[in-house]
Structure formats: C-alpha cells, structure tokens
Ligand binder design. Sequence first.
Ligand code: KG4
Ligand code: ZN
Length: 382
Amino acid sequence: MSMPPDKPIRILGIESSCDETAAAVVCGGLDVLSNVVASQIEVHQKYGGVVPELASREHLRQIVPVVREALMQAQMKFDDLDAIAVTQGPGLVGALLVGITYGKTLASALHKPLIPVNHLEGHVHAVFLEAHRENRRAKFPSVCLIVSGGHTVLYEVTTATDHTEGSAGRSSYRKIGQTRDDAAGEAYDKVAKLLALGYPGGPILDRLSQAANGAQAPPVKFGSAKVRGSALDFSFSGLKTAVLYHLREHPEYSAGIATREAALARGEKTFAELLPLCDPQTLALIHEFQRAVIRDLVDRTMAAAETISAESILVSGGVAANSELRSAFEKRAATAGVELFFPSRALSTDNAAMIAAAAYPRFRAKLFADVTMEPDPALALR
Ligand code: KG4
Ligand code: ZN
C-alpha cells in the first residue's frame, strides 16, 4: 500500500448511489483522466422516476464495463491505481451496495486501499474540479448549494481542501439549510410528469422555459414558499401542488397534455418533438414555475452567504445545469461582490470524477475503509 512520494496519486472513483453507474480516474485530486457515466434514463423513463429495484439491476449490468472503460480511457491498468474510492451514501441502499461490493472486491484483490466517499462531498468537489480547469481558486468560508433530484441543501464549507504536496487538509462542512419536503429536481420531474413532458423533467423544462421567452404573460403567479423555522430552509412540494391545482382548474391545458402523452407513447420525447406540442400558455406556465424555483434557490443561497459572510458561492448537483439558474446566480453574486463557482454541466449531474476527487484528501489522511464497510443511505456530511 506504500507509494513513492513523487508520483501523483491516481484514484479510481465508483458511483452507484442513484440512477447513473459511473467510474472515473482522477490524478492528484484535480486532473480528470477519464469520466464514464452510464445513464439509466431509458429504464426509468416509463415510470416517471427512479425504480430502486431496477436501478440495482442496471448497476449490476453496467458496473464491470463502465470501470473497464474508465481505465481504458485513462490508459491505465488496475495496477497503476493507488486507491479505489466508492460512494458510501446517501442514496438508494440496493444501488449503493452494487458499487460498494464491487469496490471492496477490487480493492482486496488488488491490495489497494478502499476509500468511502460521501456523495454530497463529491458534488462539492465537482466544483473544485471545474475551478482547477479554469485556473480559479475559491476563497473560504464558502456557501455551497447542492441541488439535485435527491437533495436541496446548503452547507457552509469552512476550509479549502489543500491539494499541495504533503498536506492532509480536508474541507469541513456544516449544514445550514435544507428542503423540508421535495428536492428542487424532484419538483421539476413531478411538474414535467403533470404536463406530460417525459423524464427527467429538468433539462426539457429548462429549454421550454427559454422558448417561452417572456412573450406571453404568465397564466398564474407562484409565490415564495413560507418555511417556518430556519430562513435558510427550502420547500418545493407546495409549488408542485400549486401547478397541479392550476392545471385542474384550467381545462384548456388538457388537450395539449393528451397530445403529448400520445407523443411520449410513440417514443417522441425530444425538445424538438415536444416544443410544437406546447401552446404559449403552457410555455408561460413552465416559465413561471421555473422562475419560482430559481427565485427561492437564489434568494436563500444569497441569504446564507450574507449570514456567514461567505467569500464564495459554490453551486452543484443536477439542477445546477439549469441555464436560467446560472444566469440568475451570476447577476446576484456580481451585485453582492461574491465569487461564484459552478461545475461544467457534465460534472453537475452525478458522475464518478467527483467521487475520486473527494477521495483524494481522504487518501492523504489515510481515511480508509475495511471489508466491513456498508452502505449508509442517510450518510451525513461533516
Ligand atoms: O445530480 P443528479 O444527476 O442526480 C441526483 O443526485 O438526483 O440530478 C438529477 C436531477 C433531476 O431531477 C433532473 O430533472 C435535474 O437534476 N436536472 C435539471 C436540469 N438538468 C438536470 N433541472 C433543471 N434544469 C436542468 N437543466
Ligand atoms: Zn447527486
């Protein structure tokens, strides 16, 4: 398990917490040598959400070829690796088990250390990977918003991860806000389902909202969710219900919904196929829904930044791929004079490069797991 000090550390990351089977090789915690993601969208699409049992089965099918591909793209053999990192949680227990069992087996067969990684710490490191690529460096303390299909949570990140030689400096985290009910990505997925726009909802609603272009007055105004207790907590289930009631009260939407349901049943699900099936009122409704989600995400994150006097804001997770969210944050962060960091779109959604990157400081701190390591579906980030 020893390594020459002058050789950059190469870690294989494995991610299987939800509906992407992913493997990646990252060098020195910052340089992505390969990043392979096998998505299960096709499998879960017809159910309008992730079916845990099917997810585990797909991970089993994909894990071996995905890891092989990650090594091939990195032009490496198993022996060249310094460690195997795997997502321990949070996530679906059966899905996590596949990656963990595979990671354990690999690590023990190769006599390499096994590093357990928190999926959410992975999302934070996705931001660091991109910052490194852009030759930028975040200042701390920082506020990190992780916003995806499973999470909407705000962390205070108090210290930088030190990537310099010989250091074992890890970032530390304090949760300062979270959703009381649905995650923002979940709201996107549910509203897309109500409107018969397929799964996942985020990417298509993002594009349809742009197509609305503000040309049509919104058919309804959605207010900001009132959350009792912490001013930094979120709530999105009320918004989803408001969309549902609006659709029920306005029968003029139903013809469009029926047309799109028929299109989806024929396998027509792309933006180009669905856009002509959306009337201006539907587009305006989507735009208003998105405006409400983004306003809450941005407002509370900016409030958090002010509360902890943050020097930077990090935004990560699937919803961080949203174009309007990005431009709204850019405006507000510029006004507040706080530096803003996003991962690339590919690093925003679930991937294993972020897992291998988050494992790097753990490798140097020798935070290894043994064969008793188990999935932790509710693993907390500290
Ligand atoms: O991070 P991720 O890949 O998986 C989870 O950990 O959940 O995030 C997936 C979520 C889905 O809910 C999807 O609808 C949403 O991210 N999403 C988006 C966009 N792209 C993906 N939401 C809004 N706008 C997007 N462009
Ligand atoms: Zn995620």
